[in-house]
Write a protein that binds this ligand. Sequence first.
Ligand code: SF4
Length: 243
Amino acid sequence: MLNLPVTEIFSSIQGEGPYVGARQIFLRLPKCNISCPYCDTETKVLQKFRLETEPGSRVFEEMDNPVSLAKLLELLETFDFSIHHSLSVTGGEPLLWVKELQVLFPQIREKRLKIYLETNGTLPNQLLEVLPMIDIISMDIKLPFAGQSFWNVHESFLRNSLPKEVFVKIVVNEDTPQIDLENARDLIAGVNPSILTILQPVTKTRGINAPNPCQLLEWQSLFLKKLNNVRVIPQTHVFMGQL
Ligand code: SF4
């Protein structure tokens, strides 16, 4: 019997990207293979995970980690699948748990709930192991930071994603170098210029500020020179007060 450590489970409104406003069940898993400077997510494996008892209540039941996949399915089914668009599997980086997800995903889809994967787009081989069971891929392109860049793995990941619905999200701030944006744009254009690309202004954190209105317009124009579908969408759950 496989077990999986979990960070949190709740029902809420998707706040990012083209599915903004959709009702989803969120399954957040711990651990990440990279360390983004603006990360505000708990990625450690904790002794307990939290399950919101009523959507929006901020009342959480604490449960022991790791949880068996059978128990996890039971917990997920306490939500009414019929009113949810999909199960948003997020992190951390969920593809670090691919062995467990290979078992969980088919059981979710059997109950007619779609799988929406939120990923940092850096584990292309792991993606292939669960690709047939995924409906929608929300892939981040991480711009270089702290001397690290991810261009090659991102390109492989995006190519591997093509059999599925995939969109790319790029978080930008007031100091994002234009050369990084050009490289990201060219990477996407080289795979397929019709891939929906979201520029997401960072939500202000630890002295990292969102771009100003002129920067956003200029950067969207820069992307639109080579891509067909480029939208600017901030994190809307923040101003809706959603988790
Ligand atoms: S990929 Fe996501 S979870 Fe991992 S460090 Fe970056 S923002 Fe945090």
